[in-house]
Design a protein around this ligand. Structure first.
Ligand code: 6PG
Length: 239
């Protein structure tokens, strides 16, 4: 369990929560790099992180000491409009000097299981076969309580020996074939941020933070040091 309970911050709107997350991320990165050469950051997908990534592109981040990974990906080409890598390229990567060999997209060319195994091997190489301990994981929250590509329909496994899994999202999601880091990996991270905006997330936020609904994967996210929620007022109204 983390050394402290989740920190929940509420901001006037999506832009404000993104600015607060950017400031906190800069401080956390600086803190990490005081004690180690590199900072391993796992990026979230979807649309909520866009303003944050845009802010980070203009921020004074030591990109040459950052290692970028993804918490999940849709199994579509990286130039597909729904690709998480494409979103990060558009908002962040194309505007920063992060070395290309420091960016580790999830592979989408292979069959799903092979792609999951390949990314797990990539993580094992970087983390020397220890459980991957990302310094920071960015996460979104679906209206159904999913996070990364861990869905309520798949009972969360807190001791999953796999680091990366190929999953099929429920049919309410348009892109169904996905790769995701497992809950074990998310919880081996030092810190995690949830970025949640909008009224349609209100119910899921309340179920996770108030009801602690264990059927929702987001409820089980518990990084080793600190979990911070960045909400806007619309998403936090149910609290
Ligand atoms: C994905 C994301 C997913 C996302 C939530 C919220 O690949 O879809 O990783 O977990 O964070 O679905 O998505 P929005 O930010 O678009 O609402």
């Amino acid at each position: 369990m983390p050394t402290s309970s989740p920190k929940v911050t509420v901001h006037p709107d999506h832009e404000a929560l993104s600015q607060a997350a950017a400031q906190r991320l800069m401080a956390d990165v600086s803190d990490v790099l005081e004690d180690q050469d590199e900072c391993a950051l796992a990026l979230a997908g979807g649309g909520t992180p866009r303003p944050l990534y845009t802010l980070l592109a203009d921020a004074d981040v030591p990109w040459n000491r950052m290692r970028l990974f993804w918490g999940d990906e849709r199994m579509v080409p990286h130039d597909h409009p729904k690709s998480n890598v494409r979103m990060a390229r558009e908002t962040l990567l194309s505007n920063t000097a992060v070395p290309a060999d420091h960016v580790h997209p999830m592979p989408v060319e292979d069959a799903p299981e092979q792609a999951a195994n390949r990314y797990e091997r990539r993580l094992r190489r970087y983390f020397d076969d220890y459980p991957p301990s990302f310094d920071l994981v960015l996460l979104g929250l679906g209206a159904d309580g999913h996070t990364a590509s861990l869905f309520p329909e798949d009972p969360p496994s807190l001791d999953d020996s796999a680091w990366v899994r190929a999953v099929t999202a429920p049919d309410r999601h348009d892109i169904r074939q996905r790769l995701t880091c497992t809950l074990s990996v998310l919880n081996d991270a030092r810190r995690a941020y949830f970025l949640v905006s909008g009224e349609r997330k209100r119910d899921a936020v309340r179920k996770v933070l108030v009801a602690r609904d264990e059927a929702l994967p987001a409820t089980h996210v518990s990084p080793r040091e600190q979990l911070v929620w960045f909400l806007d007022r619309d998403a936090a109204d149910g609290l």
